[in-house]
Ligand binder design. Structure first.
Ligand code: KG4
Ligand code: ZN
Length: 381
């Protein structure tokens, strides 16, 4: 018998609902993005995010049920994101899920958003008939997170196909997340919000070795990240170049007039700006690839999983694939729609917990700092 799980995700600035069958097949996946609401602030404004979730949650869930071609009563369980994320945003999806579960008399499953990102990769891999070998190293890289985990099969798996995983955190950012650095650099350069997709499109038009950004100097754990230094380096680079600042002002006016496409922005950028963009992306991508593959070597990983909004980046995918091939390591990415926040990944992650009977009770509360798995002992080299 098929198990259909309704997933609900509202941890940040996307209101999402999806129906996934047996943790593997996406029957529907609806995402209402709030990018237009937050654009003029250059980042997510928590109060506005909660308000938008409230407006969107009911129509998004209704749409997910309609697209799956089922009735709400056909759902076997409801999986909701418990955390990490913005508390006001989390509460909207969580409360809605709780009420639905009560009204329908179906189990409620609490899902860690980060585990959802891991399942985004697995969902896609399974539908392509590929199963990542374990242990795997997983890089979750988004606007809110840059984290490295070792992923293993959990002890006591039931063997009924719904594999449970165990997670050990082996590194993470000490300051900004990689996506945050993309967004902040894009703001400095007047490239619009969110910055990642535009920088992704513009970087191939610049010379990546034009500006040297040294790797972040981090003491202790070699699998920790830091991106605030490169952001400051871009700021200082701009301060010393009035001609680039003049270009920024022109692009700012263009953005204010509603012109946002990467092509329009490229036409307003000289090669010096494109070189800076390419060099920034090169430094970030190399850092992510190097530390992740370093970890996969140290932990003799059999595969690498890369997930989160920044995993949509073309240069990042290409570099991981090249380096993975050299090492005989399979690298798995979700498709672009599953890289950014969505609810299909939440429903998929909920499935294994559902089959294990891990139901949440009506007292379930949002956990804005919900960690995933256990922290490994500190590593130093
Ligand atoms: O996973 P996500 O949708 O939300 C968070 O949980 O943060 O990720 C959004 C982040 C933003 O910082 C955005 O600039 C970045 O992912 N991003 C990208 C690309 N697409 C989205 N960064 C680099 N290249 C991309 N193609
Ligand atoms: Zn996310």
């Amino acid at each position: 018998m098929t198990t259909r799980i309704l997933g609900i995700e509202s941890s940040c600035d996307e209101t999402a609902a999806a129906v996934v069958a047996d943790g593997l097949t996406i029957l529907s996946s609806v995402v209402a993005s709030q990018v237009d609401v937050h654009r003029k602030y250059g980042g997510v404004v928590p109060e506005l995010a909660s308000r938008e979730h409230l407006r969107q949650i009911a129509p998004v869930v209704r749409e997910a049920i309609a697209q799956a071609n089922i009735a709400l009563t056909d759902v076997d369980a409801i999986g909701v994101t418990q955390g990490p994320g913005l508390v006001g945003s989390l509460l909207v999806g969580l409360t809605y899920g709780k009420v639905l579960a009560l009204a329908l008399d179906k189990p409620l499953i609490a899902v860690n958003h980060l585990e959802g990102h891991v399942h985004a990769v697995l969902l896609e891999a399974h539908s392509a008939g590929r199963t990542p070998k374990l242990p795997a190293i997983c890089l979750i890289v988004s606007g809110g997170h840059t984290l490295l985990y070792r992923v293993d099969a959990a002890a006591g798996n039931s063997g009924n196909g719904a594999v449970r995983f165990s997670y050990a955190r082996i590194g993470g950012t000490r300051d900004d997340a990689a996506g945050e650095a993309y967004d902040k650099v894009a703001k400095m350069l007047a490239l619009g919000y969110p910055g990642g997709p535009v920088i992704d499109k513009l970087a191939p038009h610049g010379n990546a070795s034009a500006v040297r950004f040294g790797p972040a100097k981090i003491r202790g754990n070699p699998y920790d990240f830091s991106f605030s230094g490169i952001k400051t380096a871009v700021l200082y680079y701009l301060r010393k170049r009035p001609e680039l600042q003049a270009e920024v002002a022109v692009r700012q006016r263009s953005l204010a007039n509603g012109e946002r496409g990467a092509e329009a922005l490229r036409a307003l950028s000289t090669s010096a700006t494109l070189d800076l963009i390419a060099s920034f992306q090169y430094a970030v991508v190399e850092d992510l690839v190097k530390r992740t593959l370093g970890a996969s070597e140290q932990f003799t990983a059999q595969s690498v999983l890369v997930s989160g909004g920044v995993a949509a980046n073309r240069e990042l995918r290409q570099r991981f694939e090249e380096e993975g091939k050299k090492r005989g390591l399979e690298v798995f990415f979700p498709s672009r729609p599953l890289s950014t926040d969505n609810a299909a990944m939440i429903a998929a992650a909920a499935f294994a917990r559902f089959t294990a009977g891990e139901h949440a009770d009506a007292g379930l509360n949002a956990a804005p700092n919900f960690p995933l798995g256990v922290a490994s002992p500190p590593i130093s080299r």
